[in-house]
Write a new protein. Structure first.
Length: 133
């Protein structure tokens, strides 16, 4: 694969090893169940996945800085137009994340992934999200 074309130094670097791991790992796709992985809240406490039971989840994996002001405004509008009882927005920001747009996972209330996309794609989310009247 593409990593074989790089020099040994690049392949064995921090980034090369991360890319290699990404290639080897099975990625979450639409129709998969979102799995609970260990993570922490911004206050340092362990994130409790049980609090999401029965709710739709919009998981944003990294990339908030690259989302841009327009994307952050869309996210804020979505927050105002939905109920916390129906939809929970979760941002996971791995500290070793490279810059880039977020990968977004929208699930149903059983945490089955309905939409996986690069960037915030309201056009894909709209048919699954119940908004306030």
């Amino acid at each position: 694969h593409i990593l074989d074309t790089l020099g040994t130094g690049m392949r064995e670097s921090f980034y090369g090893r991360n890319i290699q791991e990404h290639i080897r790992m099975r990625q979450i796709e639409e129709k998969d169940s979102l799995w609970e992985f260990p993570c922490y809240r911004d206050d340092g406490n362990v994130f409790d996945w049980r609090g999401l039971k029965g709710r739709q989840v919009l998981l944003l994996y990294g990339g908030l800085g690259c989302m841009g002001e327009g994307g952050r405004k869309e996210l804020e509008l979505l927050r105002r137009q939905t109920s916390l009882e129906d939809l929970q927005i979760v941002v996971y920001w791995p500290c070793s994340s490279l810059k880039g747009t977020p990968t977004c996972f929208l699930t149903d209330e059983h945490h089955v992934v309905k939409v996986k996309c690069g960037g915030l794609r309201m056009d894909l989310f709209n048919k699954y999200i119940k908004r306030n009247e």
